[in-house]
Ligand binder design. Structure first.
Ligand code: FES
Ligand code: FES
Length: 410
């Protein structure tokens, strides 16, 4: 047991907790603050959203021990909050709740969205609230209620009643300007000081690379996954390109290096976003190449300081000629291990989906750059992984509800 001292709704609290006690259970069972609801317990639905040190956080995936010294606010603490009072009234007027199970999390997240000036129009509200799921309302009333309050609160709000759509947010077709920051903050208890720029795939329509993802297997603490990436360029060209780690990094969504490699050693960061969950892994890796075998190995480890999660992994690739030398088949084997709060995402189809999409983005970028369709100097900051990551989340949300409603499974 660990002794923690924190402030909850303005009251100092000291308790003994187990290392695995999550904040939601702590609030509900230790402090009887049952306004914080628990839905998925996986950081997806947002029902458990609370405020930790002025940032919204999912209490079901926040360990209570990590809140030692923090200031936590739950839905019970907003009785005197003027903005929350307007939201409560608007939710009632716009019929933004039925069973009310999602409502505490919705209200906490909506208040945060409006305070940050991100509730500008229907689209930004749907995107900003896409980490909060409702099984009853169809979202129309929720969006209307938030838009109503935002209009009065924030001069930037632009009501748009002409293109209403059903469902949470636009999903894989989310337009440019997807609010990645708001998604990131929904999953993090602490502000992020420095982030790797998110990177988006190059979506040229010219010859495209092909990616096939194999099954996942478990070997000890390592999860393994194999992929075959085919690019339409001779093996020599691909091999030469893969020797330049800085160029390779620019093809990889979410990766940024701290500087040039030093004798095969690199330091850098990788931003991984999975809907409401985000990890900014700072780490290092060693790169080895075996010319005779057309084979390379990248072995590294990183740490996400916000969640205190650790990641380690090894990527091995080998190039083979395909299509009479006109193309290259890259056999990739990935082995990784996650420890800490992020470990809950270490297995299953969700990671397979994510890795497969990351590989797809990498392959398309590699193909485009080998074809000279994009300058190597293209700034990473111009790229955006929002839609890529959201598409993973959206597929999962659909599978989650399909399962719940008995219409299919993942
Ligand atoms: S219960 Fe925490 S996000 Fe669903
Ligand atoms: S009102 Fe029932 S889940 Fe949202």
């Amino acid at each position: 047991m660990t002794r923690i001292a924190l402030t909850v709704n303005g009251t100092k609290v000291t308790r003994e907790v187990t290392p695995r006690t999550n904040l939601a259970d702590f609030l509900r069972e230790e402090l009887l603050l049952t306004g914080t609801h628990i839905g998925c317990e996986h950081g997806i639905c947002g029902a458990c959203t609370v405020v930790v040190d002025d940032e919204i956080a999912r209490s079901c995936i926040t360990y209570a021990v990590t809140c030692d010294g923090a200031e936590v606010r739950t839905i019970e603490n907003f009785d005197e909050d003027a903005l929350m009072a307007k939201l409560r009234q608007a939710f009632s007027e716009e019929h933004a709740l039925q069973c009310g199970y999602c409502t505490p999390g919705m209200l906490v997240a909506a208040r945060d969205l409006i305070r940050r000036g991100e509730a500008r129009n229907e689209e930004s509200i749907r995107i900003g609230m896409s980490g909060n799921l409702c099984r009853c309302t169809g979202y129309m009333g929720i969006v209307s209620a938030i838009a109503k309050v935002a209009r009065a609160h924030n001069e930037k709000a632009e009501p748009d009643a002409t293109t209403r759509t059903l469902g949470p947010a636009p999903g894989p077709d989310a337009p440019d300007g997807f609010a990645t920051e708001s998604m990131a903050s929904a999953g993090s208890a602490k502000p992020v000081k420095a982030k790797a720029p998110a990177v988006t795939p190059v979506l040229d329509s010219q010859p495209s690379a092909n990616v096939q993802t194999g099954e996942m297997t478990q070997e000890g603490k390592f999860t393994k996954l194999t992929q075959t990436i085919t690019v339409n360029h001779p093996r020599e060209d691909v091999w030469r390109y893969m020797a330049d780690i800085e160029k390779v990094a620019t093809c990889m969504p979410g990766v940024v290096l701290d500087g040039p490699p030093q004798e095969g050693h690199i330091d850098g960061r990788m931003l991984v976003k999975l809907g409401p969950i985000s990890a900014d892994l700072a780490g290092e890796a060693d790169v080895a190449r075996f010319e005779d075998e057309w084979r390379g190995i990248i072995e590294g480890k990183g740490r996400d300081t916000r969640s205190a999660s650790l990641a380690s992994g090894r990527v091995e690739y080998q190039l083979a000629e395909a299509e009479d030398g006109a193309a290259t088949q890259m056999a990739v084997s990935i082995a990784y291990s996650l420890a800490g709060p992020l470990a809950q995402f270490s297995r299953g189809a969700i990671v397979r989906d994510l890795v497969s999409r990351l590989a797809g983005a990498f392959a398309q970028n590699l193909e485009a750059r080998l074809s000279g369709r994009e300058s190597d100097a293209a700034p990473a900051a111009a790229l955006d992984a929002g839609s890529l990551v959201f598409s993973v989340l959206w597929d999962r949300i659909k599978a989650f509800f399909g399962k719940l409603l008995g219409r299919g499974s993942d």
